[in-house]
Design a protein around this ligand. Sequence first.
Ligand SMILES: [Zn+2]
Length: 90
Amino acid sequence: IGRWPGAQSIPHVYERILELNDDEHCGCENSQLPYKKCCKTLDSRQPLLREAIRFTLEMTGGIRKPPRKIIDFIRERSDPPSIGALTALT
Ligand SMILES: [Zn+2]
């Protein structure tokens, strides 16, 4: 349908700038608002190069991967973590 239809987790400014349409859920930790009505204005004021470097460093070279707790669950075949226990950076 051309956009992500529900809530999502996108804590990085650079990723939100690259990925989000105005009418998609923002993906910041504090909002279920559409990106245009939430973080878009503030994100657009951030230095893009700084945010690109920050995103690349925090995402281990720009490679997307599941949260650590999901990786541990897959490897250890333990009980799955609760959704509330998951964050993008763990
Ligand atoms: Zn937001």
